[in-house]
Design a protein around this ligand. Sequence first.
Ligand code: TMP
Length: 239
Amino acid sequence: MSKDKILYEGKAKTIIKGPRKHTLIQRFKDDATAYNKKKHKIFKGKGILNNKISEHLMNHLKAERIPMSFIERTNDRDQLIKECEIIPIEFVVRNIITGSIAKKLALKEGIKLKKPLLEYYYKEDALDDPMISRDHVEAFGWATKAELAKIDKLSLKINTSLGKLFKKKGLTLVDFKLEFGRLKSDKTKVVLADEISPDSCRLWDIKTNKKLDKDVFRKSLGSLLTAYQEVASRLGIGH
Ligand code: TMP
């Protein structure tokens, strides 16, 4: 462990120098944070569950030809990934109204949208990740028009693909957040980066609408680990 060169310490992950040029190690931590770190708790084993869930979902998307930074899971905590220049935007896809959009626009929770809604948030903790428009992204040079067009298309494809996968497992994909980056080895290539896990998705039981994601922690609804274990076991992920 001591020889690991930490490049970045995030809220739920640590980024470590990789074994080869243009690679990194993404290490999943047990920390859970919410409301821009105002709420923080450690759940022993959460990182292991998220590592395995994200590996499963990334492999599913890889089979559908989604370009990604993920290479492989190397142990319980770590993934080998391609090094990227992260685009500083959180791309949120919503299928059902809940969370910040319900609050911001005083909308009734649980309404299914006629078509998926794609939103952009500027990744800046000091500003509480403000919602921005496509024009802001282009105007400030965070991504080009062509990159955004590609990311929109990929985000909707990921939504369809994961929505179907979760439906088969008795789960509704309510909404989720994606991150994209440009490969360090070829900056013309935009790829899916970061993770996809119950930290970054809302997943509800299809029959009961029981929440099986980080809202369990945000809203103090019960055991976060039990919820994440339920998602892992529905996806067929063993211990
Ligand atoms: P929101 O309703 O709070 O805007 O969240 C929408 C989705 O994005 C939800 O699945 C949680 C995810 N998300 C993150 O993964 N990280 C974040 O910082 C935020 C604000 C949301």
